[in-house]
Design a protein around this ligand. Structure first.
Ligand SMILES: NC(=O)c1ccc[n+]([C@@H]2O[C@H](COP(=O)([O-])OP(=O)(O)OC[C@H]3O[C@@H](n4cnc5c(N)ncnc54)[C@H](OP(=O)(O)O)[C@@H]3O)[C@@H](O)[C@H]2O)c1
Length: 257
């Protein structure tokens, strides 16, 4: 089969969380460019509206849906809005995430909870909401969770973040096992370091320079580096792939503890 057909997403209705910046913004554009109708979800609705306009002027279809992934009612309302406007979700990209800094000795319980709520609880809540609807509509579908190499290897100062991402890796396997019989594939991507709003300051600091030296390719990820993994897991090209987490990090994890 031709690659363009293999990765074609025509007919897919994608919901991308955290589409207001960074990786999610880019993922939404890539999915739309490959034929999916895309719902852009995040709290900053103004940014989503701008992105929806950009996708439309590139010939794609996108709608903006204000959503706080940690709020159950907001999530249900978002799925309802997407369904009413562009159809039932068949592809969910759980990308919304937050980071934190500071040693584990100083980590406040509130920070821990908020990282878990956004990075792990919400991934389960949105996956469950999507899967219940896919099962009821008998459409099947695909879920792509954005984990991190911090879900496999650790560094100092990221205890809550690393734990939440390890949870995403394990959750991906557990949901894949249960939902395969419904035609729902669940996979994850574990990106290495990419410069976005979540870490710009950190990557530009001396600690970031040290991090760069730890990357075998001596570079951070660049726009486009995740496209292949995303399209593989989202499309028919990945029809027999479920429960896996694909590391895309220039080999960074190889040198992590
Ligand atoms: N950049 C990296 O090096 C890297 C590496 C590995 C994994 N990741 C993962 O990739 C994902 C995207 O990160 P990024 O680097 O693109 O960071 P980013 O630019 O800071 O984007 C984070 C996105 O998450 C959204 N978000 C946060 N809390 C939310 C909430 N409660 N409800 C809805 N949306 C929420 C934000 O939108 P609003 O603020 O508008 O709601 C924003 O669009 C995260 O899961 C991150 O952990 C990033």
């Amino acid at each position: 089969m031709k690659a363009t057909n293999l990765f074609d997403l025509s007919g897919a209705v994608a919901l991308v969380t955290g589409a207001s910046s960074g990786l999610g913004r880019h993922f939404a554009k890539v999915l739309a460019a490959n034929g999916a109708k895309v719902a852009l979800a995040a709290r900053r609705a103004d940014r989503l509206a701008v992105l929806a306009g950009e996708i439309a002027s590139d010939g794609g279809t996108a709608i903006a849906v204000a959503c706080d992934v940690t709020d159950k009612d907001s999530v249900t309302a978002a799925f309802d809005a997407v369904e009413a406007q562009i159809g039932p979700v068949t592809l969910l990209v759980n990308n919304a995430g937050i980071a934190h800094g500071g040693s584990a000795l100083d980590l406040e319980a509130e920070t821990w909870r908020s990282v878990m709520a956004t990075n792990l609880d919400a991934v389960f809540a949105l996956s469950q909401e999507a899967a219940r609807r896919m099962v009821a509509a008998e459409t099947g579908g695909a879920i792509v969770n954005i984990a991190s190499i911090a879900g496999f290897g650790v560094d100092k100062g990221i205890a809550a973040y690393a734990t939440s991402k390890a949870g995403v890796v394990q959750l991906t396997k557990a949901l894949a096992l249960e939902w395969a019989r419904h035609g729902i594939r669940v996979n994850a991507i574990a990106p290495g370091w990419f410069s976005t709003e979540i870490n710009t300051d950190y990557l530009a600091s001396p600690a970031g320079e040290a991090l760069l030296k730890g990357n075998p390719m001596r570079r951070f990820g660049e726009e486009g580096d995740l496209d292949g993994a995303l399209l593989l897991l989202a499309s028919a090209a990945g029809a027999y792939i479920t429960g896996t987490t694909l590391t895309v990090d220039g080999g960074h994890l190889l040198g992590m503890s």
